[in-house]
Design a protein around this ligand. Sequence first.
Ligand SMILES: Nc1ncnc2c1ncn2[C@@H]1O[C@H](COP(=O)(O)OP(=O)(O)OP(=O)(O)O)[C@@H](O)[C@H]1O
Ligand SMILES: [Mg+2]
Length: 247
Amino acid sequence: MIELAAVKKRFGRHVVLGGIDLEIPTGACLGIIGPAASGKSVLLKVMSGLLRPDTGTVKIDGADLTSRSEEGLAPVRARIGFLFQNYALFDFMTVGENVAFPLTRRGGVPADEITARVAARLRAVGLGGNEAKLPSELSGGMKKRVGIARATIALPEIVIYDEPTAGLDPVTTSKVYDLLRADQQSTGATVIAVSSDVDALCRFVDTVAFLYQGVIRYQGPAATLADAPDPVVRQFVRGELEGPLEG
Ligand SMILES: Nc1ncnc2c1ncn2[C@@H]1O[C@H](COP(=O)(O)OP(=O)(O)OP(=O)(O)O)[C@@H](O)[C@H]1O
Ligand SMILES: [Mg+2]
């Protein structure tokens, strides 16, 4: 269970998270949506202990991340796989080394098993045989898929995807979501995904949270999102130009 209570985060005078309360049960699959720059990526980093909130608490299975030192956060982060919006691949490592990183960092996994798991993960994201390439040789969509392979190879209990399908064509998008779903079903991981592709995201997640002006304006089933009583939510989901949404 991931619990955020009264979480606030600002940069200078710019309040990004203005009081977030969110409970994500273990094994849940939650989508987070919201306008550009509404704080979705900041929220993901706060809930995974990568960014400290100014006030409020973030708990994972009852353990409060906000009171922990950097060292104390390391074991928490090791339980989380994170796909960054900007890939955050290591430029100086090959694709294979990048994907292997969560296993090599942890230690204790034999080299031949790492090689086999990397090969299998790369095949699963449609990039089999690309181990020796460098990130600079890849397209944006390929980097995204390498990032997905890296985020999931160690079978983390919590997987966080920031824009897993941005820049991917529709068929690859469907393949990526099929993979994420198959992973989640086989591992039972708690999954949190942010995407601007609301339709594709809603087909993947069970519940969805809409972040707007620093607070969560909607949280509920993905299926009823388009009929939410809040006109701001409806306008956003339907992509309408006229309405109360401030952009
Ligand atoms: N480290 C930082 N320092 C200062 N401002 C930041 C920092 N990180 C994020 N911000 C600001 O916080 C706001 C929210 O950023 P965030 O990246 O979370 O938006 P987002 O909802 O993920 O947007 P997008 O859909 O474009 O990815 C933005 O205005 C951004 O400029
Ligand atoms: Mg973002």
